[in-house]
Every structure is written in C-alpha cells, then in structure tokens.
Design a protein around this ligand. Sequence first.
Ligand SMILES: NC(=O)c1ccc[n+]([C@@H]2O[C@H](COP(=O)([O-])OP(=O)(O)OC[C@H]3O[C@@H](n4cnc5c(N)ncnc54)[C@H](O)[C@@H]3O)[C@@H](O)[C@H]2O)c1
Length: 383
Amino acid sequence: MTRKTVRIAMNGVTGRMGHHQHLVRSILAIRRQGGLDLGDGTVLWPEPVLVGRRAHALDALARQYDLEHRSTDLDTVLADPAVEIYFDAQVTSAREEALRKAIAAGKHVYTEKPTATGLAGALELARLAQEKGIRHGVVQDKLFLPGLLKLKRLVDGGFFGRILSVRGEFGYWVFEGDWQPAQRPSWNYRAEDGGGIVVDMFPHWEYVLHELIGRVRSVQALATTHVPQRWDERGKPYAVTADDAAYGIFELEGGAIAQINSSWAVRVGRDELVEFQVDGTEGSAVAGLRGCRVQHRSATPKPVWNPDLPATEAFREQWQEVPDNTEFDNGFKAQWELFLRHVYADAPYHWDLLAGARGVQLAELGLRSSAEGRRIDVPEIAL
Ligand SMILES: NC(=O)c1ccc[n+]([C@@H]2O[C@H](COP(=O)([O-])OP(=O)(O)OC[C@H]3O[C@@H](n4cnc5c(N)ncnc54)[C@H](O)[C@@H]3O)[C@@H](O)[C@H]2O)c1
C-alpha cells in the first residue's frame, strides 16, 4: 500500500459546518478509519490546512485535533503547490471570491452551498473551473442521508408507480437570542450578509427534487419574515432583513407537484426536522433524515369524512418502516469520499459547480417569484 498525503486547505473551518461536519465528521473521520483506500494499492491521507481570519481560533482547533498546518493568509496557502484541494465553508457572502482565487491557482475545489450569491456568479465559477480543467464539487449532503437514500431506493425500485406529489416540511424554532441564545448564526437573518432561508434551503430542495423525482420546471414562492427582531452573538438586538420562512410550490419534470414549507419560526410537530411525503399511484412514503416509512396501495385504509365522530383509525400506525439493509455513513463524509475518488481515481461525479449553480438559480427565482407574486419558469442552465 502506498500512502498519498493530500493537503486540503479548509477555509471557514471554525464555523458550524466547517468544524463539525467537514473537519471532524468527514476529514478526521477518514483519518480515523486509516485513510481512504482507492482500491489500486493507494491510500489517501487527507492533511487539512486550517484557514481562517482569526489566528487564535485556528490555533485552538489545531491544538484540539493535533493538526500541524494553519494560516490566516489564503493567498499564501493557495500559492503553495503542496496544497491540491481548496474547500470552502465560509459565510456565503465570502465564498465566490475565495473560490475564484482557488480556481485561478489551479486547485481542485470542493465547497458548501450556495456556491455564490447570484446565478451569474455561480455560472461563472462553473465556467472558470471548466476552462482551468480542475475537478470541482458542491456539498449536496441531503442526498446521502439514510432517510433520503431509502426514498431513492423506493423510487429506483418502482414502488410509487406514477409519482403525483411531494410535500416537504422543514423547520424548527430558532430562538431569537434574547432570553435563550439563538442556535443559528446571526448573519443567517441579514440579507446583506448572504442570509435568508430561501438562499439557504432552496439549493437543497433543487437537488433533492431533481435527483429523486424530476428537475424543477417552475417555482412559486412566498418568502416572509415572521420574526423581525433578533439578538446577535453578543446579545445586541438587530433588525432581521432576510426571510425566515418560505412557502414554495415547484412543478417537476414528469408532472409531479412538490410543495415545501421551510421555516425557522415553526415548532416541530413531526418526527424529524425535515420530512418529505411522496404520494404515487401505487404507494406513498414519508422520509425524514434517517427514517422512511411506506404505505402500499394494497394496505391503504378507506377513511370516510365524519367530524362528528372521533377518528376510528390510528393512521400513523398503518405505515411500515423501510429497513436499513445496509450501514449508512455520515452523509458529508460519504460525499467527501466520492469527491476524493473523483479527483484521485477518476471516479464519476456529477455534484459539481454546474449542479451548484442550479441551486442558486432556484433560490434566485424563488425570491423573484415572491417579490413579483407570480409563478416563474426555471429554464435549464448549461455552460
Ligand atoms: N450543507 C448544509 O446542510 C449546510 C448547513 C448549514 C450551512 N451551510 C452552509 O455553510 C456555510 C457556513 O455556514 P455556518 O452555519 O457554518 O456558518 P458559521 O457562521 O457557523 O461559520 C462561518 C465561517 O465563515 C467564517 N467567515 C469568513 N468570513 C466571514 C465574515 N465576513 N463574517 C463572518 N464569518 C466569516 C467564520 O469565521 C466561520 O468559520 C454557509 O454558506 C451555509 O450556507 C450548509
């Protein structure tokens, strides 16, 4: 076995996603399993280079995980030929510029979503990456969650017959920050800092719907701000300038209609923080992050509307849990491994900057639909 060390510049690694999902649950988890076996006698050994604005925060992370490399100077890191991959989990508004620099420096890039703050910028990144001939990937973690993998298995196995509709409920109560600290960063609630639930969540809905059911052909959305004042990380009140809830209807290729509610101002009355119900002519499924339950047409009850009597059936109990039948790894790690195989073993990979641009496009058109109060077509994009 030859061990190949791969140096990965990880920018924004002190943040929620960068730290927990990408550094600890992905890159360090790959090291804990002994590296990534490419199957050709090579084992990849990811070596993170922690990049950020605050030296003391990087020092603390490096100490905590016993890591050697860190820098507050992105340009110097990108000029280092030993660094082969640039990864970005910074705040959204800082992403585009950093990705442009990394592409110009000839690094392979892997990035959180959304890839840019507008479609033009997102497409330009995809074009630049193609021209430079580098490999590129965008996080589409929801596809690798156990619940959605089971849903995909059902779709691929023909369980649903003709898929008619998708109902998605996403959200939870994000504390305002006055009497209990908020569990999301304050920039999420400032449009000028790249915040807003449409920009945050519509990129996820685009690839979930596209890959599981069909490409989104049109969008009609109503985005709103339910909670107009919040308190930031230092306890200072600020005005919320971004949407914190969005109610969207999406027409999909193939004819199915999806309706997804996204909200940071809703209390959870579900089993999971996100749930999708898919109804088809032959059966239905409800998938969450981990679980997925089904009801086949042969086992469908026949309720009769009668509000004068209490419900006679326990509807929730009439569903059957889909078994795991396999071991599911962390979704972020699973996608990192696929990306590394793409770069170093030429494995196919389609979750790239063009796919990322589709997510940015849906967010942009969703916001436009809301502002103009009308349904908007979503044209197919290409380079
Ligand atoms: N894939 C997912 O499920 C998922 C979930 C949440 C967030 N995200 C994405 O990940 C990115 C980071 O989100 P997060 O929730 O980890 O945010 P966060 O605020 O916790 O972290 C942001 C990181 O960016 C750095 N940063 C760089 N420039 C900054 C600036 N000008 N102001 C403030 N911080 C700056 C911070 O130091 C920090 O390391 C966002 O683009 C977001 O859309 C993805």
